[in-house]
Ligand binder design. Structure first.
Ligand SMILES: Nc1nc2c(ncn2[C@@H]2O[C@H](COP(=O)(O)OP(=O)(O)O)[C@@H](O)[C@H]2O)c(=O)[nH]1
Ligand SMILES: [Mg+2]
Length: 232
């Protein structure tokens, strides 16, 4: 009797083991498939932007174009929450940021925090103001110069020095034909002063300085695609 019981028990055990192995293999391959898919499908590129600059330079306009939004009006400290976007058929994650106002008060309180963890620090000013020698023009130049001095120190000190871009906006207001584009671009650069721009670590006039009409969707998209999302 005892032998029979033993025999029956072992038969039952063999029966379970026969089912157990294929189950392990099946579970293993299901896991491997999902794990493999997870590894193969690239996680979206993460992009962090700090868009700063003078009042009315076009910061919100640039943010809107990057995010596909249409916000308007004066901004002071509008939170840009982390989100997924698609550009050129690729998915990207945009880091949490702030659409910051252009007043002097924000420089001391917000610039350092904002640029700290960003891949791109983009400084905008109204280029059309620099084409005139009136009070407005002089004020814009001094504002740009003093902020470049501040930024050069902050970028030097920050452990994650992102790429720095400076954009003269409102190009449509003074460029009437294609030939004058490069002439104005150089003139505005000279007005700011090489010495202020050269202070920024890694700054290269050909790669980091732009003159754009932000009201022109194709011009702004060209800048965004080629320089911020590397889709040449
Ligand atoms: N003509 C022209 N208008 C612009 C340009 N960039 C921005 N604007 C306009 O300038 C105003 C201020 O722009 P906004 O993005 O709010 O500037 P912010 O204060 O830097 O956020 C808006 O009416 C924009 O449509 C540009 O390149 N050319
Ligand atoms: Mg704004």
């Amino acid at each position: 009797m005892e032998i029979l019981e033993y025999y029956n028990y072992s038969e039952h055990a063999t029966y379970s083991i026969i089912w157990f192995y294929p189950l392990i293999i099946l579970a293993g391959s299901v896991f491997a498939t999902f794990f493999g898919i997870g590894l193969l499908s690239p996680s979206p590129d993460i992009k962090g932007f700090a868009i700063i600059g003078t009042i009315g330079a076009g910061k919100t306009t640039l943010w809107n174009r990057i995010l596909g939004e249409s916000r308007g009006g004066r901004t002071s400290r509008e939170k840009i929450l982390e989100r997924d976007i698609e550009r050129g058929g690729k998915k990207y994650k945009i880091k949490t940021s702030t659409d910051l106002g252009g007043g002097d008060g924000f420089v001391r309180t917000d610039y350092d925090v904002l640029i700290k963890d960003k891949d791109f620090v983009i400084f905008l000013f109204d280029g059309s103001k620099l084409t005139k020698d009136d009070e407005d023009g002089k004020h814009e130049i001094i504002t740009v110069q003093s902020r470049l001095l501040k930024l050069s120190k902050s970028i030097e000190e920050s452990s994650i020095p992102g790429q720095f871009h400076i954009i003269a906006t409102h190009a449509d207001k003074f460029i009437k034909d294609k030939n004058s584009y490069e002439i104005w671009k150089d003139r505005i650069y000279e007005k700011i002063g090489d010495k202020y721009l050269k202070k920024i670590k890694g700054f290269d006039k050909d790669k980091n300085y732009f003159l754009i009409d932000l009201t022109n969707p194709s011009a702004i998209d060209k800048y965004i695609n080629e320089n911020l999302f590397n889709n040449k």
